[in-house]
Design a protein around this ligand. Sequence first.
Ligand code: SF4
Length: 255
Amino acid sequence: MSAVLRLARNDDGAPEIFRSVQGEGVSAGQPRTFARLSGCNLHCTWCDTAYTWNWRGSAFQHERDAPGAPWKFDPKAEMIALPVTEVAALVRENISKGVVITGGEPLLQMDAVVALIDALKTGAPELLIEIETNGSIVPSGALAERVDLFMVSPKLAHSGNDAAIALRSAALAAFAANPRAFFKFVAREAGDLDAVAAIAADHAIAASRIYIMPEGTTSAALRARELSLKPAALSRGYSYSDRLHIHMFGEKRGV
Ligand code: SF4
């Protein structure tokens, strides 16, 4: 029996699988097919994909909460479980030279993700596999050996997560030891880079593997943060990542 993956849904209810341009990180600007998985073990207060985890009845705070109207979602409306074979077929219908498995947190469904990669690579061994992860879960050997690029995004204090959950040494060490892992830190102000430097020092992560990306879901917010973050990143030898999809499409699903 095929393994099952839980995916996020587009506004029309279809699984969130789509072809677009990677907007962030190492492969920014390149054509990619995205599969967005549902579920996350973290609860960032500014998360722009809260429809993957911020379920009705939960107590998590989000900055878009309004008095009497917390920004919550119905898992029955937002999540769809599909056999890996069906997910692979949908990805192939939208294929490009690489596939980004994102979330949510994909490593919560690690075994099924391995099965998906194997299904996708069958007959297409050249296909690039990229995983976007919050870096709090140790990847299995089976996953690590199949992935061409891990874009690891450990969450800093401004995310609202407890550091004991968000910044797990064993997981960070595993990614630090993997030369195919790069790190993308979401930052709000230049002072956030002190925390990035501390994590990098603790895990011997070279500056050349680190990207700083502004938090924001509008072009105006990204541009405003860029003014201070870009020079601060470059002065430390880090790379700077924009969020191209926000400039191109705005904050939408499936684009
Ligand atoms: S780790 Fe990513 S998906 Fe999870 S809550 Fe934070 S921003 Fe959202």
